[in-house]
Design a protein around this ligand. Structure first.
Ligand SMILES: [Zn+2]
Ligand SMILES: [Zn+2]
Length: 297
């Protein structure tokens, strides 16, 4: 089998596995089933937005992008994975392993922590994933190329739980397989990574984008909350590349000097140049490509 047909074979077998997993999960509603657990978390945040709204100029469902964001959730969390984004994690591992074989290295694992106490494993995966997401997020802001993709997430001027999934698919295409690699190094499969990523990071993402009037006090100095993440989406700050990049642990921002939570000031949501981002899903789909490769005026 040639190298490329091996890749195609790996992609298709991983994708079939994922497709079967998704079909089976959707057919059998249960809390331990990842899709239904995520749906329940979303509904909980939706309920909080109804009873404790912060930005009152719009209702929960009359928020500008409410329906588009609902579509983004299905597109980014379900459709893209079924179409093969999930399989790309395993393919990246496969290609890397092929490369390492040139140096007579037969496994990507540098250690295997899957035999440790489950709570300890969860803690290690949690810290590893959150730090990798943090680094990737800073990169999305610092790289001129990737910023045009990430700007779509920041062009929103009103936030609600599903706003967390309002981002360009290229972010997933590039960063998910890269963030999977450290997981492979310590013994996890692409499926383990997917389950952990979607239940922990995605659920927390719903929470941090929720439009609720709650003060989080000292918790802001440990966890990313709707209060601290609103400043990540603010345009009335004087830091060129932004502030508060953490997904879950604000400890990273405190450690690296990116934490920002002023007293007596309110964030104005949006971003410089955000008005040039189209309002439609299709417009947003093509926007970064046109920006980079379209004819310059
Ligand atoms: Zn950002
Ligand atoms: Zn956000």
């Amino acid at each position: 089998m040639s190298f490329f047909s091996e890749i195609a074979h790996e992609f298709s077998s991983q994708n079939t596995q994922f497709w079967n997993y998704t079909k089976d999960s959707l057919k059998h509603p249960a809390l331990k089933n990842v899709y239904y657990a995520v749906l329940l978390a979303y509904l909980f945040c939706f309920f909080l937005e109804v009873v404790l709204p912060k930005q009152r100029k719009h209702g929960v469902m009359s928020r500008k992008y409410f329906w588009q964001d609902t579509f983004y959730v299905l597109f980014n969390d379900l459709l893209l994975n079924v179409l093969g984004f999930f399989a790309l994690c395993a393919v990246t591992e496969f290609v890397l392993l092929k490369f390492l074989l040139l140096f007579d290295i037969h496994s990507l694992k540098v250690t295997d922590i899957t035999h440790l106490n489950p709570l300890l494993q969860i803690l290690i995966m949690f810290i590893l994933q959150d730090f990798c997401e943090y680094v990737a997020h800073i990169f999305l802001h610092r790289s001129n190329f990737f910023w045009e993709f990430h700007k779509i997430h920041h062009a929103q001027e009103e936030l609600g739980a599903a706003s967390t999934r309002h981002f360009h698919w290229v972010e997933m295409l590039v960063f998910k397989p890269l963030i999977y690699i450290p997981f492979a190094l310590i013994g996890y499969s692409a499926v383990d990574y997917f389950l952990f990523q979607i239940t922990v990071q995605n659920v927390w993402g719903f929470f941090t984008h929720t439009n609720i009037k709650v003060r989080w006090g000292w918790l802001n100095y440990i966890f990313n909350t709707p209060e601290t993440h609103a400043w990540h989406h603010a345009k009335n700050i004087d830091k060129k590349y932004g502030v508060n990049f953490a997904s879950i642990l604000n400890i990273w921002d405190l450690m690296f000097g990116h934490f920002y939570l002023p007293k007596g000031k309110q964030p104005i949501l949006g971003v410089e140049g955000g008005k040039e981002v189209p309002n439609t899903f299709i417009g947003q789909f093509f926007y970064p490509f046109k920006k980079h490769f379209g004819k310059k005026k």
